[in-house]
Design a binder for this molecule. Structure first.
Ligand code: PMP
Length: 406
């Protein structure tokens, strides 16, 4: 017998990620990879973590660090995060914060919390592939969130009902989004709050890249804008903020957080208890020490490095891309989004690029809930040095030029 036949229906919605497969290519030294949306390991604050882990394991907290701990998360870390949230305009207390195993776990829990099969999740077109992966397990339908269009909340709700469920949340990656590098404008953030109010749904604000702004004007988080409307009371807010240390300190330690009104946090705590009890205690304590002592200085270091790489990639694109190709100009984060003429297909181009140019990137269609966007690509400048970025974009520009001529 094949066990596949008795898997739950949700398993049918879980597909291997194209990006995970591509990440294997990063091991081949001759490939110039713009594919992985991962931080540069050369920039990790290794000495700070060596010290933090040694301090914890050699000090009075060693027993606590190796022990089970509370599902809410390490209290000093929640204290640090409450202060960090306040600094970006969110009036949070430690009770508004749950530590998760990366923000990916938060997305899974929020899918589990809100989505019954057939319910609607409003997402960007394109959107973060990992969010679709997390939500897919709960068998939703997706609708295209387009806050600055004329579409009314009633219209989104009617479409959700016609599909046999209800609209439950709007999900958006707000700053220097994965995959587009674009930032949601203040007007669009305000409009998302209006829409969510009209529809009586939640807003999931994915702020994984929030700290990585290089230039441009800081836009307050949606949760900060909503709290300001409600007299500074986070308990009245429908926005659920998902943060992460993955892009700032280390993704390998798997530490993220959710910041929201207490009833949401309390329900997520129960979910976490049932799923994995708590995030790794030792990692939370080490992250607390590194955040308290090194966060601001380290952010400056990585912003400077990534800003320089972004600039080199933008210059190389301007120099080498043929007519008809356009791209985003991110104010932070790791990604540039390229739109090719309609006649080109990103997946075909990747196959040719790997074979003849040894340059990797992610075809954009994977980021569209409906599989459209075949003429788009995601480029990451985070993990290549400046010389390889220039060389890789030059090769890619030549290849696209040839593909357009043929
Ligand atoms: N959200 C976005 C937009 C991301 O790009 C990522 C990581 N690629 C995540 C969430 C998940 O990150 P983590 O679980 O490491 O916090």
């Amino acid at each position: 017998m094949s066990l596949q036949e008795i898997f739950a229906t949700r398993a049918g919605r879980m597909k291997a990620s194209e990006i995970r497969e591509l990440l294997k290519l990063l091991d081949q030294p001759d490939i110039i990879s713009f594919a992985g949306g991962i931080p540069d390991p050369a920039l990790f604050p290794k000495a700070a973590f060596q010290e933090a882990f040694a301090d914890v394991l050699n000090g009075p907290l060693a027993g606590q660090a190796l022990q089970y701990s509370t599902s809410e998360g390490h209290k000093p870390l929640r204290d640090w995060l409450a202060t960090h949230m306040q600094a970006i305009g969110i009036p949070a207390t430690p009770d508004n914060i749950l530590i998760t195993s990366g923000s990916q776990q938060a997305l899974d829990y929020l899918g589990k919390l809100f989505l019954s099969p057939g319910d609607t999740a409003l997402v960007g077109w394109p959107t973060y592939l990992g969010a679709l992966g997390a939500f897919n397990a709960y068998e939703p339908r997706y609708d295209k969130l387009d806050p600055l269009s004329n579409r009314s909340g009633a219209d989104y709700c009617a479409a959700a009902q016609a599909a046999g469920g209800s609209a439950k949340f709007a999900y958006l990656s707000v700053d220097f989004a994965n995959p587009t590098g674009a930032t949601v404008s203040r007007a669009a953030r305000e409009r998302v709050i209006d829409l969510a109010e009209e529809m009586d749904i939640a807003v999931i604000e994915d702020a994984a890249y929030q700290a990585l702004r290089f230039d441009g004007e800081v836009i307050p988080p949606i949760l900060a804008l909503e709290a300001a409307r409600r007299g500074g009371d986070i308990e009245e807010c429908r926005t659920i903020y998902c943060g992460s240390f993955s892009k700032t300190l280390s993704p390998g330690l798997r530490v993220g957080w959710v910041c929201a009104a207490m009833p949401v946090i309390r329900q997520l705590v129960l979910m976490k208890q049932a799923a994995d009890l708590h995030s790794a205690t030792l990692n939370q304590i080490a992250i607390t020490q590194v955040a308290e002592t090194h966060f601001d200085a380290h952010i400056e270091t990585i912003r400077t490095a990534y800003r320089a790489r972004r600039d080199v990639m933008l210059d190389a694109l301007a120099a080498h891309m043929p007519e008809g190709v356009s791209w985003t100009r991110p104010e932070g984060g790791m990604f540039i989004w390229v739109t090719l003429p309609d006649s080109l297909d990103g997946a075909d181009l990747l196959a040719r690029s790997l074979e003849s140019e040894r340059v990797a990137f992610v075809p954009g269609h994977a980021f569209f809930a409906d599989g459209s966007g075949r003429n788009t690509l995601r480029l990451s400048y985070a993990t290549s040095d400046e010389a390889r970025i220039s060389e890789g974009i030059k090769r890619l520009g030549n290849l696209i030029g040839k593909a357009l001529d043929s």
